[in-house]
Design a protein around this ligand. Structure first.
Ligand SMILES: Cc1cc2nc3c(=O)[nH]c(=O)nc-3n(C[C@H](O)[C@H](O)[C@H](O)COP(=O)(O)O)c2cc1C
Ligand code: SF4
Ligand code: SF4
Length: 266
């Protein structure tokens, strides 16, 4: 059975994973969280990684999973970078890990969808959101159908300059080890927490505790923004990369309208 590992904060990647599974003709869906189980054996089926792009990067936990999953030279691995306009180095980061691990059969895809970081650019209106989501689901089904044919066996690393740089040890140190969670997180709260606990439950990393009537963030944040986007009181705010204008204050919240919050709670 093929296995799709997906990381998702606000539901886009969950829906992309579902549509990929449809295109593939069925697959096991595994959510990536801090507790994702690592199989003991190299799987016989294909391994598909579905993840959002954060500040141009693949989430740290997805890169860690790509390091840990049991894979060998015969494994067939597919990496799907889901983004709001610019996937930048997310896929090359995964390719770099797969290369280093000697995986020979893999292919990288990108799917554009709604940008859930509503602090730099305003969210599109509901009609545009619907159109973007539907287009991304269609793209996912088509990619699933293509993956089902095991395209271009063996799947070589793409030939582009970024992918080549991804294999360069110096570039890996300088660029590819970049951890967005270290420099970009700047959460703060308003004074209207109802202690509902939603931010705690929706965090895929178990990174939030409620203390003294409000959320406290610890050190496992991936930048998914689920806590901010799902807070019913808009109590959670965010400044992006310390640029004062790039803030969630006064901006509309987003989460994927086709996903029930219960599906994102472990
Ligand atoms: C903190 C943050 C940074 C982001 N950076 C990028 C980016 O650099 N390029 C891009 O195209 N999309 C970016 N996005 C958008 C997400 O990759 C995209 O909306 C994705 O579909 C979210 O998936 P999810 O709903 O499964 O969590 C960013 C989102 C967040 C929250
Ligand atoms: S989701 Fe919002 S209101 Fe609920 S506990 Fe978290 S910060 Fe407080
Ligand atoms: S603390 Fe918030 S942004 Fe960070 S991983 Fe948890 S839900 Fe996502």
């Amino acid at each position: 059975m093929d296995r799709i590992y997906y990381f998702s904060g606000t539901g886009n990647c969950l829906m992309i994973a579902r549509n990929l599974a449809d295109g593939l003709g069925g697959a096991e869906l595994v959510r990536i969280t801090e507790n994702t189980e690592i199989p003991a054996e190299v799987p016989e089926g294909r391994t598909v990684l579905v993840f959002p792009i954060y500040c141009g990067n693949a989430p740290v936990i997805v890169r860690e999973l790509a390091e840990k999953l049991p894979l060998n030279a015969d494994s067939r691995v597919y990496s799907i970078a889901v983004h709001g306009g610019h996937a930048v180095i997310g896929n090359p980061q995964i390719a770099s890990i797969l290369n280093r691990r000697g995986v020979k059969h893999y292919k990288l895809y990108e799917i554009e969808t709604v940008h859930n970081g509503a602090f730099i650019a305003p969210l599109p209106d509901d009609t545009e959101i619907r159109a973007k989501l539907d287009a991304s689901y269609k793209a996912a089904r088509e990619i699933g159908e293509e993956i089902a044919t095991d395209p271009a066996e063996p799947l070589p690393m793409a030939d582009g300059i970024i992918e080549k740089a991804a294999s360069n040890p110096m570039a890996q140190k300088v660029v590819f080890s970049f951890d967005p969670a270290k420099g970009y997180v700047d959460f703060f709260t308003e004074d209207n927490c109802s202690e509902c606990g939603i931010c705690v439950k929706v965090c895929p990393m178990g990174n939030i505790t409620l203390e003294n009537g409000g959320p406290v963030w610890h050190d496992k944040c991936q930048l998914c923004l689920a806590c901010l986007q799902y807070c019913p009181n808009q109590n959670i705010q965010y400044v992006h990369n310390h640029v004062p204008d790039h803030t969630s204050v006064g901006k509309k919240r987003y989460h994927n309208p086709d996903v029930n919050i219960k599906e994102l709670i472990n």
